[in-house]
Design a protein around this ligand. Structure first.
Ligand code: PMP
Length: 353
């Protein structure tokens, strides 16, 4: 059809499936296995429905202020979006407008190349080394911007603050985005570098460590000028991105720091135990500092294990893609969920290797 010539054609990002079976174990989208903070539940239960009549605060003032206070920055340094996917999508549109390619790793969050294609941003991928680490020297070539997660996904592997700074230092003429979706599970945040680098944008999310994937809250922190540019684009797109309940409940989640710390510590505890047990079952994996483990079995192909787990209603994530097609990304669930996973794997591997 002639009209199709002028359609923006994209190959969309494929999110992990969201099955809803009564007895399933869902370890495929890095959600938190524990509920949000008790204050969030209380506030949600008593939510003023009359307020839904009005448009929400388009500046998300209360949530921006709560985050600014929590992270010790100015409110003008904080931008809030509908999940960090929304923040990242806005940031790509705002900051990556060069004819030069943006740079990101080959094994990384698979939304980056989708946004690049959507916005027609040229990009070049930089291969991780054999141990799944970023090679900072790759980020010394001419480019139109840099983005990488820390810890990386789906490997879970963190980079040191020195490596992150080396990359930022070499790229002060472009915006460098550090996607810290998983930083609360033992990574090192680049936030302290904000004082030194006005081209740094740090992106985080409430979806994992704050157990609120369903509400869709993400945010970023950076220099006030960066945030102003980001807001200009956001307000040229959709003023009322974040709904009223998300703004109110998000503030409540930030307030309960003790609960946040307890939940992340519990996930880390379980992760470290599961690492030991997976190793005993013959799995190898990078030393994750995220809420998942990226595991390969020494003898049984990942796809075989993935299918067997799925049959048993245990959902993990598998990609049939170069370099990662023999690995499973296993989200850290409750101890009971992980025991069921490990119990299944023990039996399955005993029969199948
Ligand atoms: N960045 C990375 C590295 C992720 O893995 C995810 C989760 N899919 C996101 C960003 C987006 O998460 P959300 O939109 O739920 O904040």
């Amino acid at each position: 059809m002639k009209w199709e010539e002028n359609v923006r054609k994209v190959v969309p990002y494929v999110a992990g499936e969201q099955p809803n079976k009564p007895d399933m174990i869902k370890l495929n989208t890095n959600e938190c296995p524990y509920p949000p903070a008790p204050g969030v539940r209380e506030l949600a239960a008593g939510m003023d429905c009359d307020a839904l009549r009005l448009y929400p605060d388009s500046n998300t003032t209360l949530l921006v202020d709560a985050l600014a206070e929590y992270y010790g920055v100015k409110p003008g340094q904080v931008f809030v979006g509908v999940g960090s996917d929304d923040v990242l999508a806005m940031a790509f549109m705002t900051f990556f407008n060069s004819d030069r390619p943006i740079l990101f790793p080959d094994v990384t969050y698979s939304f980056y190349d989708v946004w690049a294609e959507l916005y027609r941003i040229p990009y070049r991928i930089c291969a991780l080394d054999e141990d799944w680490h970023i090679r900072p020297e790759d980020y010394r070539q001419p480019n139109g911007g840099v983005i990488f997660p820390n810890p990386n996904a789906p490997t879970g592997l963190p980079e040191s603050l020195d490596t992150v700074e080396e990359i930022i230092q070499a790229n002060q003429d472009v915006v460098v985005i550090v996607d810290e979706a998983y930083v609360d599970f033992g990574g090192v945040s680049a936030l302290p570098l904000l004082e030194k680098y006005e081209n740094l944008l740090v992106v985080q999310t409430f979806s994992k460590s704050r157990a609120m994937a369903g509400l869709r809250i993400g945010f970023c922190i950076g220099n006030e000028r960066l945030i102003r540019y980001l807001n200009d684009v956001k307000f040229s797109f959709n003023s009322y991105t974040m709904n009223y309940p998300a703004q109110m409940l998000g503030v409540e989640a930030v307030r309960d720091d003790a609960y946040f710390k307890a939940v992340t510590a519990k996930v880390v505890d379980t992760r470290e135990r599961v690492k030991k047990e997976l190793a005993q079952l013959g799995f190898t994996f990078p030393d994750s500092r995220a809420n998942f483990i990226f595991a390969s079995h020494r003898t049984v192909p990942a796809e075989t294990i993935f299918r067997a787990l799925r049959e048993a209603d245990i959902y993990v994530r598998y990609w049939n893609k170069p370099r990662i097609s023999n690995s499973l990304r296993i989200t850290i669930g409750t101890d009971e969920q992980m025991d069921r996973l490990l119990g299944f794997l023990k039996e399955f591997l005993a029969e199948n290797q």
